[in-house]
Design a protein around this ligand. Sequence first.
Ligand code: AMP
Length: 482
Amino acid sequence: MCGVFGIYGHSEAANLAYLGLHALQHRGQESAGIVTSDGSQLSLYRGMGHVIDVFPPEQIDKLKGNVAIGHVRYSTAGGSMLKNAQPIAVDYSRGSIAVAHNGNLTNAEALRERLEARGSIFQSTSDTEVIVHLVAISTQRASEDRVADALSQVQGAYSLVCLTPTSLIAVRDPLGIRPLCLGKLSETGTWVIASEPTSFDLIDAHYVRDIEPGEMVIIDKGGLRSSRPFVDVPRHTCIFEYVYFARPDSNLDGVSVYEARKNLGRALAKEHPIDADLVIPVPDSGVPATIGYAEASGIPFELGLVRSHYVGRTFIEPQASIRHFGVRLKLNPVSAALQDKRIVVVDDSIVRGTTSRKIVKMLRDAGAREVHMRISSPPTQWPCYYGIDTPTRGELIASSHSVEEINQYITSNTLAYLSLDRMKEAVVKAHIDSGSPSARRSLPIAAQPLTTKSFCTACWTGEYPIAFVPHPRQKQMRLLDC
Ligand code: AMP
């Protein structure tokens, strides 16, 4: 996962990009970068770590120009290192271009091999660099046509912002897997693009609409225009964005993430009821689903676990050693609330099972009498090839264990997952409900209505909208990353 941001036509472009990226920090915490354009030349600054640490004020001052793109990264393809940080910016025979990418390309290795065979030299191990090379060798004249030409050769997920000295180009892949939104600062007429509209709130921009699957938006001195350069295919928006990844205060494709999560919790309570004294969330991502569970079940909501906000998301760090340490660092039980209680714990997903196992132990050690785990999505059995970090099937506990075996492993009294159909219905319900007069004021309806068929659910079903054949070089690339 990653977050991307773009802004066109503001004297404080770099500063606003910095703020916009800060609001997307949850999408990637390994590195951050901004590229600006002053109309003739691009300026780049990137670093490892959180946005707030990467950009001291003096660096932002050096990023001159009225146009900027930015990126926060957590690696799913290519290792966690500065050379893989984004945006990627290059000079080539027809000028300069910078690219920031959220998603994963499924044919990147095959394309890379082909490009290297004809002489391309790659600077990084990131799949995004393939796009830059394809742009550079395109024979099209206009920048947007070169970008479209490059993207017509790639497969997979991409929500992209590209910067040339004179234009900002935003593109969402034809399946619409990752989100991408358009906003505007009314006073200055400045256009903004972001992975999630929470970026707009921070800079006082208003949400205009989502970029549609397969849409390219070009912003330059002539204004904003939109084109659809790719063949139309059925939408496959990642439903895990609603379950876990996006911020709960975001609205994506006409769905309030917060309302979707509450619906998931309500559905979970109806599908898997249990007698208990309290229902508690695994903070922070489990909170809205727990509110929904408490409301539908009548079981009182309590904060049984307190999260330290001074560590990043448990799973987001690439090395296993940091991840395991992170669970202990991040959560602490509230013993007073838990003493001798039968507790329902709501989380959004179980990946490896390590977090849930530690949480159950923590709650029992703190005095809980019974611990019932409830998960607001189905068992995660398949890796994501479109930008979520779940690399191998073997690491996913549900790929080789039944629900009862997982229950025994994590030592809960009972464990139950929301079914696939109820999950899809819960998200679609939040979409339909956003059509109510009160919601419509703040939440314009997406151009293509979402239905239960609009989603990529491959991590639960193994039904991938784009076939992925692992390339023989993939192993070699990972070794190089080390
Ligand atoms: P695990 O200990 O591997 O089972 O991780 C489960 C926890 O990781 C849950 O609390 C989820 O909220 C969180 N999680 C699930 N998927 C991801 C992801 N792709 N990136 C970061 N965290 C995740």
